[in-house]
Write a new protein. Structure first.
Length: 71
């Protein structure tokens, strides 16, 4: 049980490292400001929901977890 938890923690760590390297290398990708992201401003308040960004991140994570799960 402990051995399996260790492997999971290592896999999560590798995913975080890959995500960090990707964010550093691709600074020009406007995640959070893509077409389709919802931004509403009325008076002094504003609402922002990055729906397109969430979908893209979900697809990327699904692909990563699919390949990690096959191992």
């Amino acid at each position: 049980m402990t051995e399996q938890a260790g492997k999971i923690l290592i896999a999560v760590g590798v995913i975080f490292i890959i995500a960090g390297i990707t964010l550093v290398l691709f600074k020009g990708i406007p995640l959070g400001r893509l077409p389709g992201d919802i931004h509403i401003e009325k008076g002094d308040s504003s609402f922002y929901f990055p729906i397109t960004t969430c979908v893209i991140i979900s697809i990327i994570l699904s692909i990563i977890f699919y390949f990690v799960g096959k191992r």
